[in-house]
Design a protein around this ligand. Structure first.
Ligand code: PEP
Ligand code: MN
Length: 265
């Protein structure tokens, strides 16, 4: 895979062109798990923007374990993301689950997310490889590094060079105290194997808001290029992933603490 220098990936947002890569500041991607309503998405976007986020994340189509759980507001949520994008100038990161929705998602997203559960959905990978839009490829919860990189190859070889890898925790034997085990060793391993930029998602990686700051800081220390963190104005009331979501205040405090250990924000 590796042919020399780490890649830089440039992503256009309404406000600016944001670069992911070793010689660029850490890119903050933050926002709720799901887009719930206009007020919460705009509020959260403004709050994370105020502390340096360049991208707002938020799911319109949600891959939930239970079919009875909230599935996301779908197309109307994409509309709310478009409004948030226009109001704040932030780039949008949102997930596509189905090739049938790709065009709609791509019309709003500045970066298309492929979720952990779809990491080996090869028809979806080929389709996002065939469009001209950066892709954030999450590691499958039971995927080896090799499988993950091969999934990335599906996108790259379909013609899309703008792939960003996102570690979001893997399944291990202990699921009592953390939701997943955040594999921070993936950072140096990927560095040696691939030129692609690396995002760490400590929110899904731990499943618990109180553990997110330590793992975010560890990710920076280990050399991650970007962090994706779930932020919700009222985590106790979130429609998905409340227990792992930071409040905007907690997020701001975390960014302050990270600026303390790193010059690269
Ligand atoms: C998410 O980002 O909200 C999400 C569903 O992530 P994952 O695919 O990593 O579970
Ligand atoms: Mn989530």
């Amino acid at each position: 895979f590796h042919n020399g220098e780490p890649s830089e990936i440039f992503v256009s947002t309404p406000n600016e062109i944001v670069a992911f890569g070793q010689n660029h500041p850490i890119v903050q991607i933050a926002g709720p798990c799901s887009v719930e309503n206009e007020e919460m998405i705009i509020y959260t976007a403004l709050q994370v923007k105020a502390v340096g986020a360049k991208f707002l994340r938020g799911g319109a189509y949600k891959p939930r374990t239970s079919p009875y759980a909230f599935q996301g507001h779908g197309e109307s949520a994409l509309g709310l993301l478009a409004i948030a994008r226009q109001v704040t100038g932030l780039g949008i990161v949102t997930e596509v689950m189905d090739t049938a929705d790709l065009e709609k998602v791509a019309s709003v997203a500045d970066i298309i997310q492929i979720g952990a559960r779809n990491m080996q959905n090869f028809s979806l990978l080929k389709r996002v490889g065939a469009i001209n839009k950066p892709v954030l490829l999450k590691r499958g919860m039971s995927a080896t590094i090799e499988e993950w990189l091969m999934a990335a190859e599906y996108i790259l070889t379909a013609g899309n060079p703008n792939v960003i890898l996102c570690e979001r925790g893997i399944r291990t034997f202990d699921q009592q105290y953390t939701r997943n085990t955040l594999d921070l060793s993936a950072i140096p391993v990927l560095r040696s194997l691939t030129h692609l930029p690396i995002v760490i998602d400590p929110s899904h990686g731990t499943g618990r808001a109180e553990y997110v700051p330590a793992m975010a800081m560890a990710a920076i220390a280990a050399g991650a290029d970007s962090l994706m963190i779930e932020v919700h104005p009222d985590p106790a009331k979130a429609l998905s992933d409340g227990p792992q979501s930071l409040t905007p205040e907690q997020y701001g405090d975390l960014i302050q603490d990270m600026i303390g250990i790193s010059k690269i924000f």
